[in-house]
Ligand binder design. Structure first.
Ligand code: HEM
Length: 539
């Protein structure tokens, strides 16, 4: 409704094929499509420019006031008034009033290129037709656009120069009225190339339209002949289409009621006279109506625009790749500096290790002060001879069994070392491990002494649980039975505390060492806690 108000045409109802020239809109009515900077009309835009600059309007153009005025005036007068200005056909008739508008705005879709001299004579014919059709029906915008293209076609040679002149915004406009800016989104060469496809698209359309041009004078002559005063519009062209068009609308481009399905827009919407004018010129060269031109133009434009989108998206992909490359380079740099730091740290660690080794060497007793290593094992003291059956390294076989009233039965592995260094004492260590995880469990180590010339044995042990204990007993043959003599523990030893311990070692008939441990705790009486059999692995 705002558009209708702005256009101020009497009795004009736009159809879905109606167009309004972009130059009726202020610059801020347009936005640029993000992907390819293609110019788009904002949905809220309302046309506001109708008094075009004097330069564009020119004497052969029109203002709205004039158009409205001329519409009210008789067709003949209008035709003559354009004659008097001597500048061209635009504005010389009601149809040209309509067509002059897009012309002055440099229509971008349907203006053929390169039409010069023939226009003047063709214009004359049109003027005559206009005079013969004084009752120009309300102009349709499409009619305006379509007949606009014809109006440009009928523009005198002098107008051609004006057409190829500067666009209102200073941009280059070719003869077809296409501003370079219209299809040249800023960007890559690819965009420029795709933009040139638009030009190609248009010029090829015009080329299709142009075969008629050389013939135009002939047609024009025929037109002129046909439009002798007194001839009706129907006599202008004997063909069916023209015969159906009202005589008064021969130049006013009355939109025809669709007679076919909307899928056949050329016949539906083509302003008959304009279309027929084209067709008459194309009778033997693939006739193409203005609407066909426009529709094929929009199809081609859409295709080319889709190329722009592709181009734009590939540009985006390229820029993303560039961005990612930059990030990769940055990360590589970070990695390099981290590697340098690691290697510096490695160097420092090495230096510290060397320093530590040096210090340890300095604090350790001199090798020369140790007794010379003997190739022979130390001679066993006869004092410990009664316990010699215990010497060796033993491994649990099978795993030991743990029990206690307060505990779930459990298994364990154990390694036992019992040795001497020539002293009248045996050294021992018991190291238990979890049978599955092999994690260290109970550990104890100590000494076993024999009272010389007796079978009395003292067993001294320190355990990882914080207990130290002395057990004493007797060795009889290959069996040693001992019981706790004293038990001490750390102040924070876990409860319940063990209060009594008894052990029995024996070498069984299979040559295996067996150990059985029983204990009494603060909560439980003397009960067996462990039983295990070891197999000797070293002598
Ligand atoms: C003579 C040596 C040992 C003494 C005096 C001793 C003493 C104890 C005591 C007092 C308890 C606590 C019982 C309770 O909570 O009521 C205990 C628990 C236990 N002992 Fe022994 N134990 C000895 C050797 C071993 C050995 C060689 C193993 C082998 C792995 C072992 C495995 C365990 C286990 C698994 C428990 C239960 C969990 C725990 O309380 O840590 N013990 N032992």
């Amino acid at each position: 409704m705002q558009w209708l108000k702005a256009v101020q045409r009497d009795n004009w109802t736009p159809t879905k094929y109606s167009f309004l020239c972009s130059e009726h809109f202020t610059k801020d009515s347009f936005s640029k499509r993000l992907e390819d900077q293609h110019r788009l009309l904002k949905p809220t835009a309302v046309p506001s420019i109708f008094h075009l600059p004097e330069k564009k309007r020119g004497a052969g153009s029109h203002s709205r006031t004039r158009r409205r005025g001329t519409r009210k005036a008789s067709g003949g007068l209008r035709g003559r008034s354009s004659e008097t200005d001597g500048k061209g056909a635009a504005g010389s008739s009601s149809s040209e009033n309509l067509t002059a508008k897009p012309e002055s705005c440099k229509p971008k879709r349907a203006t053929p290129k390169g039409e010069t001299a023939p226009r003047a004579t063709h214009k004359a014919a049109l003027q005559e037709r206009a005079q013969r059709s004084p009752q120009g029906p309300p102009g349709d915008a499409l009619a305006a656009a379509a007949s606009g293209s014809r109006a440009v076609a009928s523009t005198p040679a002098g107008d051609a120069g004006r057409e190829s002149g500067g666009a209102p915004d200073g941009g280059l406009v070719d003869k077809s009225g296409i501003s370079k800016d219209d299809f040249s989104p800023p960007g890559s060469g690819a965009c420029r190339f795709i933009g040139s496809l638009h030009s190609y698209s248009f010029s090829s359309r015009h080329t299709r339209e142009r075969p008629s041009v050389p013939r135009e004078p002939v047609d024009r002559k025929r037109l002129k002949r046909d439009v002798e005063p007194g001839c009706s519009g129907t006599s202008l062209r004997p063909d069916k289409g023209l015969a159906q068009s009202p005589p008064t609308s021969s130049l006013t481009a009355t939109p025809q009621k669709p007679s076919q399905s909307p899928s056949a827009p050329p016949t539906d919407v083509t302003p008959k006279p304009a279309a027929e004018a084209v067709q008459s010129e194309h009778s033997d060269a693939s006739p193409m109506s203005i609407n066909e031109v426009i529709l094929s133009a929009s199809g081609a434009c859409r295709l080319i625009d889709s190329l722009h989108s592709y181009c734009s998206s590939s540009r985006q992909s390229r820029s993303q790749v560039c961005c990612l490359r930059g990030q990769v380079e940055k990360k590589k740099g970070e990695l390099r500096s981290l590697r340098q730091r690691v290697s510096r740290s490695d160097g420092q660690v090495r230096k510290l290790q060397e320093k530590l080794d040096e210090l340890q060497r300095g604090s350790a007793p001199r090798a020369s002060s140790l007794p010379a290593p003997s190739r022979e094992p130390p001679k066993m003291s006869p004092v410990v001879e009664p316990l010699s059956w215990m010497l060796g390294t033993w491994l649990s076989d099978p795993p030991g069994a743990g029990t206690f009233p307060t505990l779930q039965p459990f298994q364990y592995l154990e390694e036992v070392h019992i040795s001497h260094v020539g002293q009248p004492v045996l050294n021992f260590s018991f190291n238990a491990f979890h049978p599955d995880t092999r994690k260290p469990m109970h550990r104890e180590c100590g000494f076993i002494r024999l009272e010389p010339d007796t079978n009395k044995v003292a067993f001294v042990s320190a355990q990882n649980t914080g207990i130290v204990e002395v057990e004493e007993g007797e060795v009889n043959g290959q069996e040693l039975c001992i019981a706790s003599h004293s038990i001490a523990r750390i102040s924070f030893a876990k409860e319940p505390h063990v209060e009594q311990i008894t052990r029995k070692f024996r070498l069984n008939s299979e040559g295996k060492l067996e150990q059985t441990v029983s204990m009494a705790t603060t909560t439980q009486p003397m009960t067996q806690h462990l039983h295990i059999t070891y197999k000797k692995v070293t002598p």
